[in-house]
Design a protein around this ligand. Structure first.
Ligand code: HEC
Ligand code: HEC
Ligand code: HEC
Ligand code: HEC
Ligand code: HEC
Ligand code: HEC
Ligand code: HEC
Ligand code: HEC
Ligand code: HEC
Ligand code: HEC
Length: 308
């Protein structure tokens, strides 16, 4: 199959192929060997070698030229940075993404990649992936450990995972991508669609936390709106915290009182008498430990006050 080239005159006429000024042909990956022996000799280990191994792909989808473009001009000129159609050192972030998405739009389609925070901030494929020099066993990442890749730009997050209570990302039992999709995500169904933060969505669009904390999944007969509507991060700092249970506040009741105030539903008046006059006496330490009575704080199948 000669693709665009056999039809180049016709295709150019009807604007199908955007060929560079001096029309270039595909010469095949073997032609790169003599001069780029270092890259060529390790390429058989690359997942992109599959297109060469298969032997049945169109030239524009095969080997070196699938990313770098048709190289007859480059080879003819004896090399050079200006003669190769796609030298990544000269591409804009958008051009890089376009090149890779030419094949990967499908495989990373679960992500909203064009509108992700990363893409919008010009953080694209080659900021995180290294095609020729990846030290990682999987996914051609730039660093051996995924977390080091992310920490490289997100230094405050590194500090959060060093707090006394944290998810054990540094110890390797949890990864950033257990909760985030660095390629992007869609507006969340929880949190009323606000601040998606590229938080990955689990099965049925639920919060990624449920993948591991399955006992919090529900649905419960009596849901706690704070959990289901606002989301886990209302009360927990997902990365790390100085407070036990990754809570956002040092004592449990201060978390609760953010919503359950005297003017809210907590201590609401019944027949003119404040309902919390006999219990919920905040001066009594017993009542400060809300979850000693409201134990099923994430939702209950038995009791609307989450007692059991
Ligand atoms: C005759 C030798 C020769 C051949 C054959 C050759 N190249 Fe090159 N290539 C060079 C030289 C020299 C450079 C410039 C290197 C520099 O300036 O650092 C270069 C640069 C490049 C660059 C640009 C690097 C950058 O700056 O981003 C790419 C990509 C490239 N070659 C790919 C290929 C591919 C793909 C093939 C096979 C189709 C190929 N080359 C065949 C000699 C060659
Ligand atoms: C999947 C896309 C892809 C394929 C396939 C590919 N390259 Fe590259 N190449 C890149 C990217 C991206 C860069 C920029 C450096 C980086 O990010 O790793 C690059 C950089 C280069 C460079 C610049 C110098 C350097 O060492 O970084 C040369 C030369 C090169 N590639 C040659 C080749 C040759 C030869 C082949 C085939 C054996 C090939 N490439 C296959 C994507 C690709
Ligand atoms: C901010 C960093 C980052 C950027 C930008 C990024 N990736 Fe990734 N990518 C990753 C990480 C991390 C993984 C590993 C995910 C995992 O372990 O689940 C990955 C996995 C992949 C995979 C393999 C798994 C899959 O989902 O199919 C492909 C293919 C891929 N990326 C392609 C791309 C392409 C194409 C682009 C640009 C359009 C891109 N990536 C941009 C970080 C990034
Ligand atoms: C010509 C099509 C094509 C282009 C262009 C292309 N890829 Fe790929 N890529 C593939 C194929 C095919 C695989 C192998 C998938 C498999 O293992 O089945 C692959 C694998 C990968 C993987 C590894 C997935 C894994 O499971 O380890 C990453 C990461 C990746 N590509 C990133 C990129 C990036 C970044 C670019 C742009 C610089 C790019 N690709 C350009 C076709 C392409
Ligand atoms: C090359 C630098 C770079 C790398 C590497 C990188 N990021 Fe980012 N990230 C950014 C930038 C820039 C933004 C957008 C500005 C901001 O919010 O900080 C961003 C935004 C984010 C956001 C969204 C923040 C928000 O406010 O919505 C998340 C989540 C995120 N990155 C996670 C990751 C993860 C996980 C990794 C590793 C797989 C990673 N990043 C790797 C630069 C990077
Ligand atoms: C246990 C799940 C989880 C893990 C693991 C995780 N994150 Fe997050 N991350 C979240 C949630 C949830 C948010 C949203 C917090 C909010 O909106 O209040 C978030 C927010 C962010 C933000 C936005 C900035 C901010 O603080 O508001 C960045 C950047 C980020 N994470 C990066 C990372 C990186 C890098 C890693 C790995 C080192 C990582 N995350 C691991 C769940 C996680
Ligand atoms: C990949 C699995 C995984 C995901 C996803 C995950 N967690 Fe966790 N989580 C754990 C593990 C494992 C622990 C135990 C930590 C330890 O002891 O090192 C933990 C501990 C916790 C704790 C502290 C429990 C205690 O007894 O101190 C809270 C709170 C928590 N996670 C909330 C969340 C939230 C909120 C999310 C989503 C933003 C989430 N987790 C996502 C695996 C996960
Ligand atoms: C309304 C605030 C609130 C929300 C929202 C919330 N939690 Fe909690 N969570 C708590 C409190 C308070 C504790 C501590 C309970 C205790 O110490 O008795 C806790 C404890 C935990 C624990 C450790 C103890 C246990 O029950 O396993 C995990 C894990 C946890 N939460 C995960 C989650 C996940 C996942 C979500 C989202 C589905 C979530 N939480 C949403 C308040 C909340
Ligand atoms: C983000 C806001 C928010 C936070 C934080 C929060 N709640 Fe709630 N809670 C609600 C909402 C909203 C309802 C539903 C109220 C209704 O149906 O009238 C609710 C319902 C309840 C109910 C059932 C009340 C009823 O009338 O059926 C109890 C008990 C409760 N919360 C206890 C707690 C405790 C204990 C904490 C702290 C661990 C807490 N809540 C933290 C928002 C919150
Ligand atoms: C000693 C046990 C106990 C403790 C501790 C406790 N509660 Fe309650 N809570 C109750 C009882 C009993 C009810 C009343 C149920 C009824 O009306 O039948 C209740 C009802 C509620 C209700 C729903 C009724 C209303 O007043 O709106 C909320 C909300 C609530 N508690 C929140 C909290 C919060 C927040 C804390 C911690 C500051 C807390 N509770 C501590 C026993 C307790």
């Amino acid at each position: 199959m000669s693709g665009c080239n056999a039809w180049a005159p016709l295709a150019l006429l009807i604007g199908l192929c955007a060929l560079p000024a001096a029309a270039q042909d595909y010469v095949g990956s073997n032609a790169c060997r003599t001069c780029h022996i270092d890259l060529y000799s390790t390429f058989f280990r690359n997942p992109h070698y599959k297109s060469i191994a298969a032997g049945n792909q169109a030239p524009e989808k095969t080997g070196c030229e699938s990313c770098h473009g048709p190289a007859s001009g480059h080879v003819g000129a004896g090399g050079g940075k200006d003669t190769i159609p796609r030298a990544f050192s000269k591409l804009s972030p958008t051009q890089v993404a376009d090149t890779c998405l030419g094949c990967h739009a499908q495989s990373i389609s679960r992500a909203n990649i064009r509108r992700s925070e990363h893409t919008l901030d010009d953080v694209v494929c080659t900021n995180c992936h290294s095609i020729h020099r990846s030290p990682a066993p999987k996914n051609l990442l730039k660093t051996e450990q995924q977390r080091d890749l992310c920490y490289g730009c997100h230094t405050t997050v590194r500090a959060q995972f060093s707090m006394p209570f944290k998810h054990r990302v540094n110890e390797g039992s949890v990864q950033c991508t257990d909760c985030h999709n660095p390629h992007g995500s869609f507006a969340a169904t929880w949190n009323m669609g606000a601040r998606p933060r590229m938080v990955e969505q689990g099965v049925g669009n639920e919060q990624p936390c449920m993948k591991c904390h399955i006992d919090k999944r529900g649905p419960f007969v009596f849901e706690h709106a704070a959990v289901r509507v606002e989301g886990c991060e209302t009360c927990h700092s997902a990365h790390g915290s100085t407070n036990p249970r990754l809570l956002k506040r040092p004592v449990v009741y201060t978390v609760c009182l953010e919503c359950h105030t005297g003017s809210g539903n907590f201590g609401r008046q019944a027949n003119g008498i404040p309902r919390n006059s006999t219990f919920h006496n905040m001066a009594d330490p017993r009542f400060q430990n809300c979850t000693s009575c409201h134990v099923r704080i994430h939702g209950s199948n038995a009791d609307s006050f989450f007692f059991r």
